[in-house]
Write a protein that binds this ligand. Structure first.
Ligand SMILES: NC(=O)c1ccc[n+]([C@@H]2O[C@H](COP(=O)([O-])OP(=O)(O)OC[C@H]3O[C@@H](n4cnc5c(N)ncnc54)[C@H](OP(=O)(O)O)[C@@H]3O)[C@@H](O)[C@H]2O)c1
Length: 250
């Protein structure tokens, strides 16, 4: 799939009808959404976009609701208490720097604690949400559950090295989302479960690491991601897509 100069999405996986859809109106019949990590830069932009379209958005986040994904004793009961169905669920939580440990420059910088912290938040956390996909997604219509991953989680695309723990946790969450998609397809024929790379986005997450790297505003990233999700077909389930709808190599 390629992004055309007009800003519309084109290519395999996007039908002409879908290309014509614009995400300024609720043209897809979506009524309810759940955003995990709704307090974050991308999460809050997603919430605003969806609410502007008249969609009822249920939000869960650590700073507002005490929803800490690295505390299963806290997160699991809160997830179990959610009542669906949700047409769209997005896991927008995550961190690059945890407890003062930033991304490693080399293998020598790896510590067991920093790596386990990365896995706890960026891999195990989304898995705890995906556990509830079958229960929270409707069976009788199209629905989507998406996890914000990162292109640096791609093994095939890794030419620079470094960032070992974050990369590995995102590679793990890609496998988790792919596995969940296989299971979900058995009961929810119209459902999609995908991993997404949002692009490089100006949020608290990237503040210290952007340098001169070009980055988009969270609002633009949210619009891109929602357009990609809107254009996916059930056959795309289990995939890893970037902000332009292009498949990312595993
Ligand atoms: N920004 C980028 O350029 C970029 C690029 C590639 C991938 N991504 C991915 O996109 C996702 C969102 O990134 P962002 O830029 O929006 O980051 P952000 O602005 O820093 O937001 C991070 C979100 O994660 C939540 N979070 C952090 N630790 C948590 C915990 N222990 N339990 C529950 N929630 C927790 C934060 O909650 P509180 O603030 O409420 O504590 C916040 O809602 C992440 O998965 C990231 O890896 C971002």
């Amino acid at each position: 799939m390629a992004r055309m100069k007009s800003g519309k999405l084109s290519g395999a996986g996007f039908s002409t009808a879908v290309e014509a859809r614009v995400f300024s109106s609720n043209s897809d019949g979506m009524e309810t959404a759940l955003i995990i990590g709704a307090s974050g830069g991308i999460g809050s932009a997603l919430r605003e976009h969806l609410q502007a379209r008249g969609i009822t958005v249920r939000c869960l986040s650590r700073s507002v609701h005490g929803f800490d994904l690295t505390r299963p004793d806290v997160a699991e009961p809160m997830l179990a208490a959610l009542a669906g169905p949700f047409d769209l669920i997005i896991v927008a939580s995550g961190a690059l720097e945890i407890a003062g440990a930033g991304p490693e420059k080399s293998m020598r910088a790896v510590t067991a604690q920093a790596m386990m912290d990365q896995f706890a938040l960026n891999a195990v956390g989304p898995a705890l949400v995906l556990k509830h996909a079958q229960r929270l997604l409707p069976r009788d219509r199209r629905s989507v559950i998406a996890v914000l991953s990162a292109r640096v989680g791609s093994i095939g695309d890794n030419r620079l090295g470094g960032w070992v723990s974050y990369r590995a946790a995102k590679a793990a969450v890609n496998q988790i989302a792919h596995t969940a998609a296989i299971e979900l397809k058995r009961t929810h024929k119209q459902a999609l479960c995908v991993a997404l790379h949002p692009g490089t986005v100006k949020t608290a997450f990237t503040e210290k690491y952007l340098g001169r790297h070009p980055a988009v505003a969270p609002e633009e990233a949210a619009a891109n991601l929602l357009a990609v999700l809107n254009g996916l077909h059930p056959a795309d389930t289990g995939g890893f897509f970037d902000w332009a709808g292009q498949p990312v190599p595993w």
